[in-house]
Design a protein around this ligand. Structure first.
Ligand code: ATP
Ligand code: MG
Length: 391
């Protein structure tokens, strides 16, 4: 089943539904409301980032039949902000309302093995890998995949559900530590850079994309995004866009899709993973592009034209993790926002999460400036004020 798009565009005034109440849902709600739509959020947590901002909040789990029915009742179309929404829930909704992206595309993105097979089908290179679901498959892993990274096939995020392994003994121990869950073992590759492509595709196959982002991760979590990508040649950026479009096209994808890539030390491009929704690396588009990834999500699900986004300002995005809410003595504190906001071109986004925890995404900020050097200079000043590492 491919994503159903509405036959006639869904116009402002209608209510748009979203599965999930996290920060991506919150920014979707903001974009939809700015365009004159109302929103409905399905999310069990009463005080969720998206639920706080939305006109309607349905407090139910993703598989709750009554909750799904209530969401379908009040929504003209439905999207998702959380990639692990059970595909069956999306199928149930799709029987009643247009749902974008569709259940089958989301199902591919939920499973690392399916995702990699899909990349290969599209002729998009990815890291050499083996699927490990049985002791036999573990024993049969080729030496060439070590040292490697063992990743659970499902439910991993921000580096969770992953273990770096050096040799066969380490591999067996790591699989045990992941409770023998179905996994993929990837060869550990020499990364020069990481980039991502955020695109939006309409039901008519029309595709637009944000400029290519260059991403820096710390401890498996995105820390910094720079646009334009400072270290990656144009031709390689074009290649990444073509790969992402091929991946979306062959899924008959409708909505916003992000594909993450590695640029290897020898200059080759390989796909890492994809997400069937707006992505953390695309948050800068709210402040630095004339169309954000969240507005593209609204337009795609409503069957409206997809305008190609234009970067009007070079940008640096810094993720704000809960660690910033703790001082050197371990006591909770407020980060020095007033000093940060005194700097030019700083756009602060906090997600309304009450409890800061280390490693938890509390917000992000985007620095825009007239040129990339100025954006970088301010981002480094912000980093120093907040106690973030320079990049
Ligand atoms: P996300 O939050 O993006 O969903 P995730 O937990 O799904 O993250 P990955 O994107 O698979 O994890 O990996 C996290 C990071 O670990 C990558 O961005 C990269 O820095 C590093 N990494 C992952 N796979 C490899 C690999 N095969 N070789 C080298 N480094 C890797
Ligand atoms: Mg990733």
């Amino acid at each position: 089943m491919s994503a159903a798009a509405p036959r006639a565009p869904i116009l402002p005034g209608a209510t748009l539904g979203v599965m999930g109440g996290g920060q991506l849902g919150r920014m979707f709600v903001h974009a939809a409301q700015a365009m004159g739509y109302a929103t409905a959020v399905l999310e069990a947590d009463a005080g969720s980032p998206a639920g706080q901002a939305s006109q309607h909040h349905i407090a139910a789990g993703y598989t709750d039949a009554q909750g799904l029915s209530a969401l379908a009742q009040c929504s003209a179309a439905i999207t998702t902000e959380f990639e692990n929404v059970p595909a069956q829930a999306l199928r149930t909704l799709a029987a009643q309302r247009p749902v974008a992206p569709g259940a089958e595309a989301v199902a591919v993105c939920q499973d690392r093995a399916a995702e990699k097979l899909h990349f290969q089908r599209c002729g998009v290179p990815c890291a050499p890998f083996a699927v490990i679901e049985t002791a036999q498959q573990l024993a049969a892993v080729p030496d060439a995949l070590l040292p490697g990274i063992l990743k659970t096939s499902r439910l991993g995020y921000d580096g969770k559900g992953q273990a770096r392994v050096a040799d066969r003994a380490g591999l067996a121990a790591a699989w045990a530590s992941l409770q023998h869950a179905p996994c993929v073992l990837e060869q550990r590759l020499p990364l020069a850079h990481e980039i991502s492509v955020v695109l939006a595709r309409g039901a008519d196959g029309a595709c637009v994309h944000l400029p290519v982002q260059q991403n820096l991760h710390r401890e498996g979590i995105l820390a910094v995004t720079q646009v334009p990508a400072p270290d990656v040649p144009q031709a390689l950026q074009q290649q990444a866009v073509h790969c992402a479009e091929a991946v979306a096209g062959s899924l008959d994808y409708v909505g916003v899709l992000c594909v993450e890539f590695f640029v290897l030390a020898d200059g080759r491009l390989v796909a890492n993973e994809m997400a069937p929704r707006p992505h953390n690396s695309g948050h800068y588009s709210i402040d630095a592009c004339d169309v954000s990834q969240f507005e593209l999500q609204v337009r795609a699900m409503c069957g409206l034209p997809l305008a190609a986004p234009r970067l009007h300002s070079p940008a640096v995005m810094l993720n704000l993790l809960g660690d910033l809410w703790f001082g050197a003595d371990g006591a909770e504190r407020q980060p020095p926002w007033a000093q940060v906001l005194a700097l030019p071109g700083v756009h602060l986004h906090l997600y309304g999460k009450a409890e800061p925890r280390r490693g938890r995404k509390m917000g992000h900020l985007t620095v825009t400036a007239a040129d990339a050097a100025a954006a970088r200079a301010v981002a480094l000043q912000v980093s120093a004020l907040l106690g973030l590492a320079a990049y």
